[in-house]
Write a protein that binds this ligand. Structure first.
Ligand SMILES: Nc1ncnc2c1ncn2[C@@H]1O[C@H](COP(=O)(O)OP(=O)(O)OP(=O)(O)O)[C@@H](O)[C@H]1O
Ligand SMILES: CC(C)(CO)[C@@H](O)C(=O)[O-]
Ligand code: BAL
Length: 283
């Protein structure tokens, strides 16, 4: 079995319209390719939730704030298509940059507040790029449901806000973070880690998990976050961009754990930037 691969909005519309006329529901799984088990878990959830599943593969230049990061982004379309075919996905949509952003394109979708701190503070323009392309993918596919991973938690909440604010008729289905056996969150960028860095990498997840448990037991926020930072750095991470406790729903900063929250972090291991987050709430 193979999965049909299409490159244009016109082809996508023709196929999606046919599905809709036959009464089928449609799910979309937006990705930037280099598919791993995390992505595949989203596709499986999509197959459970809808009759037809479109996976999109677009390495979106508007969300990269570093040219080097964009150039180094892994591209494995053939392998991606084979993985999707084996799962039974119905369509792989791979638009080119000129299809998504033709000459004269000037519109930006910008979600304030939720997109401003955390990754938004360290990757200027990133979430405008994400919101703009995700809005386009929703409108192009006309999907009933879209699946997003909790690994990119700020992105998930930003997309939910955008859909609500713009009255886009699509349900957003979150999926839990898929991890390696040692706890490292699967990410396309993990392939950039050297063997020595790969050995250190799971420390970010284990410290987040331990810190979430300590906060839930009532340990004070600031000293506990200070200890977590020290543990991540002493394990071998080079720099911590942020390590913060945020309200789970609106991602606003918290000074103590008095409601459901997320502990979120971004840190550099050598030249690779990793993100992760865990849920926590008062005991
Ligand atoms: N480990 C994971 N578990 C669950 N979902 C994931 C995981 N990794 C990525 N996803 C989800 O897959 C979708 C596409 O993400 P993307 O293509 O950026 O993959 P990625 O592995 O996060 O790559 P990156 O290196 O850019 O972080 C997003 O909804 C993202 O949250
Ligand atoms: C949602 C997304 C596909 C938009 O380009 C991207 O940010 C990603 O892969 O998480
Ligand atoms: N996983 C979010 C996409 C990005 O890092 O640009």
């Amino acid at each position: 079995m193979s999965v049909p691969v299409i490159h244009t909005i016109a082809e996508l519309r023709t196929i999606a319209t046919g599905w809709r006329r036959s009464g089928a529901t449609i799910a979309v799984v937006p990705t930037m390719g280099a598919l791993h088990e995390g992505h595949l878990s989203l596709v499986r959830a999509a197959l459970h939730r809808a009759d037809r599943v479109v996976v999109t593969l677009f390495v979106n230049p508007k969300q990269f704030n570093s040219a080097a990061d964009l150039a180094a982004y892994p591209r494995t379309e053939k392998e991606d298509a084979a993985k999707l075919a084996s799962l039974g996905a119905h369509l792989l949509y791979v638009p080119g940059v000129a299809e998504m952003y033709p000459a004269g394109f000037t519109t930006t979708v910008s979600v304030s507040r939720i997109g401003e701190g955390l990754c938004g503070a360290f990757r200027p323009g990133h979430f405008d790029g994400v919101a703009t392309v995700v809005a386009k993918l929703f409108l192009q596919t006309g999907a009933d449901v879209a699946i997003f991973g909790e690994k990119d938690f700020q992105q998930l909440q930003l997309v939910r806000r955008m859909v609500q604010d713009l009255d886009i008729p699509i349900a957003i289905l979150p999926c839990g973070t898929v991890r390696e056996a040692d706890g490292l969150a699967l990410s396309s960028r993990n392939v950039r880690l050297s063997p020595a860095e790969r050995a250190v990498a799971p420390k970010l997840a284990s410290v987040l998990q331990e810190t979430a448990q300590r906060l839930a037991k009532g340990h004070p926020l600031l000293p506990t976050l200070g200890q977590a930072r020290a543990a991540i750095l002493s394990a071998g991470y080079r720099e911590i961009e942020y390590l913060e406790l945020r309200d789970e729903a609106d991602l606003q900063p918290m000074t103590r754990l008095d409601r459901p929250a997320r502990l979120l972090a971004a840190a550099w291991l050598g030249d690779t930037r990793l993100i992760d987050n865990v849920r926590t709430s008062p005991a």
